[in-house]
Write a protein that binds this ligand. Structure first.
Ligand SMILES: [Zn+2]
Length: 231
């Protein structure tokens, strides 16, 4: 059995996107020892996300950051011809957030990192879910029940912490305007390694910067929207 956990250690799901990057920097700046996780699922944006996550971590050195832990949870055998695997018919900028639902995403992403934390004496695992997340596997009830399920399986509690669960995208961006957020990645239809500029997640990203009046230095493959008034 693992010994008593260290009180100031946390695991953190680092997706390479804006929200988890800011959460990561927040924990690090508050003196926590953070172990970041990237879960490789085989979705079409994996390489760009992973590159962004590693790049972001390298910019926080020499602060107290553990190496990125990469865990495999391949989903092609489960999701089949889903757009997240094939890259076809990806929800565009006009689609509702419900269109980007990935069945079981949070339990699939949480399970291995939570077990890793347990096996390495880390008492909690953080993720950057936001208030606007509309999905059933992002509710406080889900996270509590996930902790209970895990405790029944391993005999110990790993707390799933969500410091941003009452915040909007804009409020999260306001927490730290100094980070190199153009280095983060949050597109579900990347083109030549760049943000496409057209998908649901690119639209959310652009909207976040625009609402805050923050310069968006992201390189978008299709930047024609810059000529238009942002809706
Ligand atoms: Zn995109």
């Amino acid at each position: 059995m693992p010994s008593a956990p260290d009180p100031k250690r946390t695991g953190l799901l680092l997706s390479g996107g804006i929200d988890s990057a800011i959460l990561f920097a927040t924990f690090v700046n508050e003196g926590w020892q953070v172990t970041p996780f990237y879960v490789r699922t085989g979705c079409t944006w994996e390489l760009e996300e992973l590159r962004a996550a590693k790049d972001f971590i390298s910019r926080l050195v020499p602060k107290k950051v553990d190496p990125l832990v990469e865990l495999n949870m391949p989903l092609a055998d489960l999701y089949g011809h889903h757009w997240s695997i094939t890259g076809r018919h990806v929800p565009d900028s006009r689609s509702p957030d419900e269109a980007v639902f990935l069945p079981g995403r949070n339990p699939l992403l949480l399970l291995k990192p939570a077990l890793w934390c347990h096996l390495n004496n880390i008492p909690q695992l953080a993720l950057a879910t936001l208030a606007a997340n509309p999905f059933d596997d992002a509710t406080p009830q889900f996270f509590t029940q996930f902790e209970v399920m895990l405790q029944a399986a391993i005999g110990a509690r790993v707390q799933i912490v969500r410091p941003f669960e009452h915040l909007s995208k804009t409020q999260v961006l306001e927490l730290n305007r100094e980070l190199p957020l153009e280095r983060t990645f949050s597109c579900i239809a990347p083109v030549d390694g760049l943000h496409c500029g057209r998908c649901n997640k690119c639209a959310e990203r652009r909207r976040g910067f625009a609402e805050l009046g923050l310069e968006d230095r992201t390189r978008y493959r299709d930047s024609s929207f810059r000529k238009l008034n942002f809706d």
